[in-house]
Design a protein around this ligand. Structure first.
Ligand SMILES: CSCCC(=O)/C(O)=C/O
Ligand code: FE2
Ligand code: NI
Length: 182
């Protein structure tokens, strides 16, 4: 079940709030400019599927996001536990970073944990299939796919370079629960 855990940054062991209703998750995140929607990922996709197959299956939704919101680049991250670089990729996304553009991700299979560090608070968003999250440019965050990744996310960018991260150098992520702890 998609969930939102809200922590004070000084209490990583105990969330102040845990929300599981989509309206509550969306309204809490919206206070910080973070979009959270539930779309229909109706075509079954198996983690590990190729980028081409995922883009072909979700062409209508991708075109809608690109046309209505002005994104210019799309790619797919599709990982299962057989991926040879899973530990390396996990470590990279787990390092707190920012992007100079919105982070827009549509989960079409599996799940992953986005954690946003906003002011003194930490918002851990457990995203699952059907979830569309949009994190504003400049928000410090990290992402955990777990030790055995099982997810497919479509990523939309408003630049032509695709994924570019600026690492903050903060080691905060290791203090907070990871996907496999939930
Ligand atoms: C869920 S998409 C993979 C992670 C990613 O692109 C990112 O920027 C994590 O913060
Ligand atoms: Fe990111
Ligand atoms: Ni699955």
């Amino acid at each position: 079940m998609s969930s939102l855990y809200v922590y004070h940054q000084s209490s990583p062991e105990q969330p102040d709030k845990v929300l599981t209703h989509v309206e509550d998750i969306a309204s809490t995140l919206a206070e910080h400019g973070v979009g959270f929607d539930r779309w229909q990922a109706a075509t079954p996709i198996t983690p590990g599927a190729s980028q081409e197959d995922v883009i072909n299956a979700y062409r209508v939704q991708i075109d809608k996001l690109m046309t209505e919101r002005g994104y210019v680049t799309v790619d797919v991250i599709s990982l299962n536990s057989d991926h040879p670089q899973k530990a390396e990729l996990r470590a990279k996304f787990l390092d707190e970073h920012r992007h100079s553009e919105d982070e827009v991700r549509f989960f079409v299979a599996g799940r992953g944990l986005f954690t946003l560090h906003i002011g003194e608070y930490v918002y851990a968003v457990l995203c699952e299939k059907n979830d569309l999250i949009s994190v504003p440019a400049g928000t410090p965050h990290w992402f955990d796919m777990g030790e055995n990744p099982h997810f497919v996310a479509i990523r939309l960018f408003n630049n032509t370079e695709g994924w570019v991260a600026n690492f903050t150098g903060e080691k905060i992520a290791s203090q907070f629960p990871q996907l496999d702890d939930l």
